[in-house]
Design a protein around this ligand. Structure first.
Ligand code: C5P
Length: 234
């Protein structure tokens, strides 16, 4: 076992019972659970409380993106959750002022991280979305990560492909949370910029967000253990 388990399992389900069952089964095998919008919109604060009672730290992945005042107010509401999420996040493309206002609202009560460029977006996709100056997801992610750090955030969500540049620019102490993880023999599905767990850790990931490779397995606990064994064998 690694000293600190780097796996954050993405409990991407709108079903309360399934989320709780997965969390219980995976508690000994992962470091935290990522709870996203499909769960939170369906079950709200009561569902969050029931899931948190399982006892794993929560990365609340709601990816806020709005004007600074609205995002700061949203963060203040999230800080009233009990227990507080270990990590909350927003989109770095909301800009410096939005990130700074959110960091002031969170005030160290949770780690606050910024999504840079979604791992489901290719260079062509970001071009098509109108980011005309950067038909290059890696360069764009590096720029957004630097902006997030300057606004006082604790870290970023980034693709494994963006890690080396972000580590080079921002050092070892900036938290990197990395989705788009696919063990060697699994399909990329809707993700485009992916890597194996071993490659992502070698590139400097702190936390690996892993969803379907664990939750879609016949035995999720066994799948998580197999990933950890691969990391220990590095
Ligand atoms: O199933 P899979 O391992 O692809 O799940 C990845 C999880 O990480 C999903 O919950 C997705 O919302 C999230 N995520 C991502 N890319 C980002 C940020 C979050 O895939 N840039």
């Amino acid at each position: 076992m690694t000293a600190t388990n780097p796996i954050s399992v993405a409990l991407d389900t709108p079903e309360l019972d399934r989320a709780i069952a997965l969390a219980r089964a995976l508690k000994p095998h992962v470091g935290s659970m990522k709870v996203g919008m499909e769960f939170f919109y369906a079950h709200g604060i009561p569902g969050y409380g029931k899931l948190a009672a399982v006892g794993l730290p929560i990365f609340l992945d709601l990816k806020l993106h709005d004007i600074p005042n609205t995002v700061a107010s949203g963060m203040r509401s999230l800080m009233r959750l009990d227990p507080k999420p270990a990590i909350v996040n927003l989109h770095a493309t909301g800009g410096f002022d939005m990130m700074k206002a959110a960091a002031d609202a969170v005030a160290g009560q949770s780690k606050l991280i910024a999504v840079t460029i979604l791992t489901s977006l290719s260079d062509d996709d970001i071009w098509a979305a109108g980011f005309e100056n950067s038909k290059n997801a890696q360069a764009h992610a590096r720029q957004l990560a630097a902006l997030a750090k300057s606004a006082g955030l604790d870290g970023v969500v980034c693709s494994p492909h963006d890690l080396a540049g972000i580590r080079h620019d921002l050092g070892r102490d900036f938290l990197t949370v990395v989705p788009g993880i696919r063990p060697a023999d699994t399909a990329a599905q809707d993700q485009k910029r992916v890597a194996t767990p071993e490659a992502a850790m070698a590139a400097g990931a702190d936390i690996l967000v892993i969803g379907r490779a664990i939750t879609g397995a016949t035995d999720p606990a066994k799948a998580a253990e197999a990933i950890l064994a691969g990391l220990d064998a590095r």
